[in-house]
Design a protein around this ligand. Structure first.
Ligand code: PHE
Length: 343
C-alpha cells in the first residue's frame, strides 16, 4: 500500500457517498468500505506489509479516512430519515406552475344556457316542472286524445309495468307539461322558456336515446299572433346560428297547437346545397311550434276568447349535435373526457 492508493480510495469513497439516495444504498456503501471485508478494512491488513517508515503516517491517514467516512455516513443516514427517506427535494421557483385540472360545463348544459339566454334577453323567464308526471299533464290537458299513439306503452314510460295505462305516474315524454303547470298557477301575460329532461322508450342508436332534453317555449297575452311566433323564432335562430340563417315553416299537426308547424333552418353545413346531414334537402328540421289550441286554454281555465298564445319545442341534443358536428347521441352520456374536453 502507498499514499497514492490511500488518496484514490478516499476520493472514490467521498464521491460515491455523495451520490447515494436511499438508506439501502448507504448500507451497501458501509459494507463495501467499512464492513469486515470492506476496502478500508482491507487497507488496515495491507498496512502490516508496508515499509515500517511509512507505516505510522499511513496508519494515521487510514484512521482519519475511516473516522471521516463513518461520520459522513452517519450524517447522511440521519439526513435521509429526517426527510422521510427522501433526499431533500430541490425546489426551483422559476419552473412554470402545475395547472390544476379544471372542470367544464357539459356541452348539453352549454347549449341549454345559450338557448335560454337568448330567450331571457327577449323577456322570457326560465320555468321548470317535474320529470315524473301524470297522464293529465303529459296528455289530457294538452288535448291529446285517449287513443293517440303517443299514449301507448311503447311510446311512454309508465311507472306500473304490468298494467301501464293504469299507472298513476309516467316519465314525461315532452316538456309541454310545463305549459300546463305554469298556466294553472299564473295569469297572462306569460313568457316562459322551460328546459328539461324527457323520456321515451326508444331503441337506443346514434340518433335515439331513452332520455334526452327539450326546451319548451310559451307566450300568452291578449294578442299574441302566429306572426309574432315567426318573428321570435327567426330572431332566436339568427342569434343561435348566425345572421344569415333562413327559416321555413312547414304545416304540421300537434294536438295542443292550431295551426301547427314544423320549423326548419337552411342547412348550415352545406349552405342549403344538400348534404348527408340534411339528407340532400338543404333544410334541417329544428322545432315544433304553433298557436296554442283553445282547448288547452280551456283545460287551465283561461278564456280562449280573451287570450292568444304560441308555443314551441325543440330537442337540445339534436341542436348540439348539428352545431358541433357530433355524430352519435350516446357520446353525451359516456363521460369520456376525450369527448368532453373539446367543449
Ligand atoms: N312537444 C312537441 C314534441 O315533443 C313539440 C312541440 C312543443 C310542438 C310545443 C308544438 C308546440 O314533439
Amino acid at each position: 500500500m502507498n499514499p497514492e492508493e490511500l488518496q484514490n480510495l478516499a476520493r472514490e469513497a467521498q464521491s460515491r457517498l455523495e451520490s447515494l439516495q436511499t438508506p439501502a444504498q448507504l448500507e451497501e456503501f458501509r459494507i463495501a468500505y467499512l464492513g469486515r471485508k470492506g476496502k478500508v478494512t482491507c487497507l488496515f491488513e495491507a498496512l502490516k506489509t508496508a515499509p515500517s517508515e511509512e507505516r505510522r503516517t499511513l496508519g494515521q491517514k487510514l484512521n482519519e479516512l475511516k473516522n471521516s467516512l463513518e461520520e459522513k455516513l452517519k450524517g447522511r443516514q440521519s439526513g435521509l430519515s429526517a426527510s422521510g427517506g427522501r433526499e431533500k427535494e430541490f425546489l426551483d421557483p422559476t419552473l412554470p406552475g402545475i395547472r390544476p385540472a379544471s372542470g367544464r360545463i357539459h356541452p348539453l348544459t352549454q347549449t341549454i344556457r345559450r338557448i335560454t339566454g337568448i330567450f331571457e334577453r327577449l323577456g322570457f323567464e326560465v320555468a321548470e316542472g317535474p320529470e315524473i308526471e301524470t297522464e293529465f299533464y303529459n296528455f289530457t290537458a294538452l288535448n291529446i286524445p285517449l287513443d293517440h299513439p303517443s299514449r301507448d306503452a311503447f311510446a311512454t314510460f309508465y311507472t306500473q309495468v304490468d298494467s301501464p295505462r293504469e299507472s298513476p305516474f309516467l316519465l314525461r315524454s315532452q316538456t309541454s307539461t310545463v305549459q300546463i303547470r305554469v298556466m294553472q298557477k299564473r295569469k297572462p301575460p306569460l313568457r316562459i322558456i322551460a328546459p328539461g329532461r324527457v323520456y321515451r322508450p326508444d331503441r337506443v342508436d346514434a340518433s335515439h336515446a331513452f332520455m334526452f332534453h327539450q326546451i319548451e317555449g310559451l307566450m300568452v297575452d291578449e294578442r299574441t299572433t302566429f306572426s309574432e311566433l315567426k318573428g321570435v323564432l327567426h330572431l332566436f335562430l339568427r342569434q343561435l346560428l348566425g345572421p344569415e340563417t333562413k327559416i321555413r315553416f312547414r304545416p304540421h299537426f300537434f294536438p295542443f297547437t292550431e295551426p301547427s308547424a314544423e320549423v326548419d333552418v337552411n342547412c348550415f353545413l352545406c349552405d342549403g346545397r344538400g348534404c348527408s346531414v340534411c339528407g340532400g334537402k338543404g333544410w334541417l328540421e329544428l322545432l315544433g311550434a304553433g298557436s296554442v289550441d283553445p282547448a288547452v286554454f280551456e283545460q287551465v281555465g283561461y278564456d280562449p276568447k280573451r287570450v292568444q298564445g304560441f308555443a314551441f319545442g325543440l330537442g337540445v341534443e339534436r341542436i348540439a349535435m348539428l352545431m358541433h358536428g357530433i355524430s352519435d347521441i350516446r357520446m353525451f352520456l359516456e363521460n369520456d373526457l376525450r369527448f368532453l374536453r373539446q367543449f
